[in-house]
Design a protein around this ligand. Sequence first.
Ligand code: COS
Length: 391
Amino acid sequence: MADRSFLDWPFFRDGHRAFADDLEGWAAKTLPTLVAGQDHHSDAGLDASCRSILVALGDAGFLRNAVPVDGPLDVRTLCLTRETLARWSGLADFVFAMQGLGTGPISLFGTDAQKAAWLPRVASGEVAAAFALSEPEAGSDAAALRTTARQDGDVWVIDGTKTWISNGGIAGLYVVFARTGEAPGAKGLSAFIVPGDAPGLSVVERIPVIAPHPLATLRFQSVRVPRDALIGEAGGGFRVAMGTLDVFRSTVGAAALGFARRAFDESLKRAAERELFGAPLSELQMVQGHLADMAVKVDAAALLVYRAAWAKDSGAPRVTREAAMAKLFATDEAQSVIDAAVQLHGGEGVRSGSVVEGLYREIRALRIYEGASDVQKVVIARQALAGAASR
Ligand code: COS
């Protein structure tokens, strides 16, 4: 069982602690049997697995923590959920997280009518959600996106290509960022709600990746959506995207923390059970050195993740810096913890299907998506420079 002492930290209320216990019990009972024997090597198998996890999370009521139907998002609950699910199943964490990121612009910036139309269906697991920002020529430089939306009477007409879209092809709801041209660059973008079955929306390709998740390139050919599909103001799309990422980036750190905790637990078990030179591995000081580094990295990551979540929940108007620090540190350090776990497991660490081999594949993408580590450094440095200039 993973170390749960962090739940005593002052970032949490008793409600968070009780929730973490409930979720842990549910995950331990449900996820191992749910994911056992699932086929993650074909698109059809992967899609079916995601649907079964979506139904299970929806039926158990956990998706409501990512998609707030009544009241605001609680980022600590989001992070506790991602950390716990990631310890049990990377795919379960992915399915949960996408419901939140895909509806984040609506939860945070949408009208009551937009919320009523979409949030209950995503919170129940009936509809999968996706966040469509990246393009072939616009990843880290999100403001360079080229997809356009133009007004034609009472509708917006969207044309362009989006890529690296998680849940692409299985989502019933896409939030799509497009250029509406109020100003050049970041100030000329807007966010739109596009139903998955909108005529003119098609999947160009499915993208296979080292830790399989549904991922696709999408084409929008004269996709027509009503005037009220616009989220927030025309020209305010970049703020919608960045404001959503400010909330969800700390949750990516939380998922990385879950992967790191699992790797650490597996390493502690291995060190106690495996004998080398006539004694358990745990008696070798070099092994103890690895375990100590892992313990410090896990706790430091947890402090940054839950600091960012607590700051947002406590009403901070912007947590750009805290969220970027949490994502950068937790994902980079989880990679290092998992790499050390693979080393401690020797040959078993690279055996296909072993727990640490799976974690080694799962963690890598988290240092890239929702703002690569390099982008987080840019964000943190800009915030520090702006802070110094204003003091
Ligand atoms: N919250 C609210 N507003 C924000 C914001 C945030 N977190 N970040 C930027 N803005 C605002 C800025 O304040 C600025 O408006 P003003 O000029 O009125 O102040 C405007 O948006 C443009 O900001 P900036 O000049 O910083 O934009 P850049 O094009 O330089 O982009 C980075 C900055 C690189 C940080 C941004 O593009 C980014 O985060 N890229 C990564 C995107 C990403 O995560 N891609 C993965 C796809 S999602 S899976």
